[in-house]
Design a protein around this ligand. Structure first.
Ligand SMILES: Cc1ncc(COP(=O)(O)O)c(C=O)c1O
Length: 356
């Protein structure tokens, strides 16, 4: 429930850039909408709520986010339904996760009304930027950075919460190959793997580059403690179908609790598809691929929704999964999520918020 209304100052662009852009064609994350939402935090309070033309940040080179990594973000999407309405998917879940990240990084929580009203007013102004293509969406990036001008490792006294948005098409044009390696780890016990802190992504870039040089698009991350269990696929959660059961690593402090993961588990349970959230070992999956028991492997996340995994590389060998045409559950969940977002089937879980 939004309990109070915040005063948002709105400064609109004189002329929208949307007519210069084909929103159905732009590359992911490169072109931003006309406006952005900003809120400032200082001395224990959020204030100065504004929507302004999308612009660059004026900052101090001593800004603490740049040095000590107090930077967190979210990724979510708005969709254009078949009837032209614009809806945003599970926005409150992203708000709640942003605050879990804020808590872990000793940053201030963002009140629900700031997040939701900032988001909905921004989307309302920039509605035209939401693609109408079958796989198009408006990718929304809420984020918070520590803005205090101060060198010295300490909790910043000042922050900005910002929302920007970019039209997006298909994230992975092709199914992906993933690599299991046991040199680098994404996340450790007691670390920050369960939140969306910028540092998690910075540390993943080098190992991912090495995997890509070997022909794999993403790493299938394993647990740092034993190196035996599968945790995530790149920046997605990962799911398998084994003997008709939907199997996915159980949540713990080294995994991000993905909203797509949760949505697919809810859809599966509703349809009485057996689901197991538990430890998933490398051995189990690779043996299962060889014996034919593991029939599907896929990454799940906001950017791609479902990214089919064609093969898993491990110690010099590729374990190849059955072709996409033979897969049942992953294309079904992909379609069901699209149908809900597009308004083709009822939103039984109350996941959509309409943008007025
Ligand atoms: C590390 C990681 N795991 C999983 C996910 C999937 O989460 P979601 O479905 O909420 O996008 C993401 C993307 O946000 C991620 O960055």
């Amino acid at each position: 429930m939004i309990t109070s209304s915040i005063p948002i100052q709105v400064q609109k662009v004189q002329k929208s850039r949307v007519t210069d852009v084909n929103v159905n064609e732009v590359p992911f994350g490169k072109v931003f909408t006309d406006h952005m939402f900003i809120a400032d935090y200082k001395d224990g309070e959020w204030s100065n709520f504004k929507i302004i033309p999308y612009q660059h940040l004026e900052m101090s080179y001593a800004m603490s986010a740049l040095h000590y990594g107090q930077a967190i973000f979210e990724g979510m999407k708005a969709f254009r339904q078949d009837n032209g309405d614009v809806v945003v998917f599970r926005a409150k879940d992203n708000w709640a996760r942003l605050n879990r990240s804020a808590h872990r990084m000793a940053m201030p929580e963002v009140p629900e009304e700031v997040f939701m009203q900032g988001l909905l007013q921004l989307l309302s102004l920039d509605k035209k930027w939401v693609p109408d293509s079958e796989n198009g969406s408006l990718y929304i990036r809420p984020f918070m950075i520590a803005t205090e001008e101060a060198i010295g490792v300490k909790i910043s006294n000042e922050y900005q919460f910002i929302i920007i948005a970019a039209p997006a098409g298909v994230y992975y044009a092709q199914p992906i190959k993933t690599l299991i390696q046991n040199t680098f780890y994404r996340s450790v016990k007691g670390g920050i793997g369960y939140v969306k802190a910028a540092g998690n992504y910075g540390r993943s870039l080098y190992p991912t580059k090495l995997a890509q040089e070997k022909g794999y698009q993403q790493i299938l991350w394993t647990d740092a403690e034993t190196g035996k269990y599968i945790e995530e696929a790149g920046t997605m959660n990962v799911m398998f179908v084994k003997n008709g059961v939907l199997v996915t690593p159980g949540l713990n402090e080294t995994l991000l609790a993905g909203i797509t993961r949760d949505s697919i588990l809810k859809l599966a349970r509703k349809q009485d598809i057996p689901v197991e959230e538990r430890k998933v070992s490398i051995e189990e999956i690779l043996n299962g691929i060889e014996s034919g028991e593991v029939t599907e492997a896929f990454g799940v996340g906001t950017a791609a929704t479902v990214a089919h995994i064609t093969a898993i590389g491990y110690e010099g060998k590729d374990y190849v999964l059955p072709p996409l045409e033979q897969r049942k559950l992953s294309p079904m969940f992909d379609k069901q999520l699209r149908d809900i977002r597009k308004g083709r089937i009822p939103d039984e879980f109350g996941w959509l918020t309409k943008v007025e």
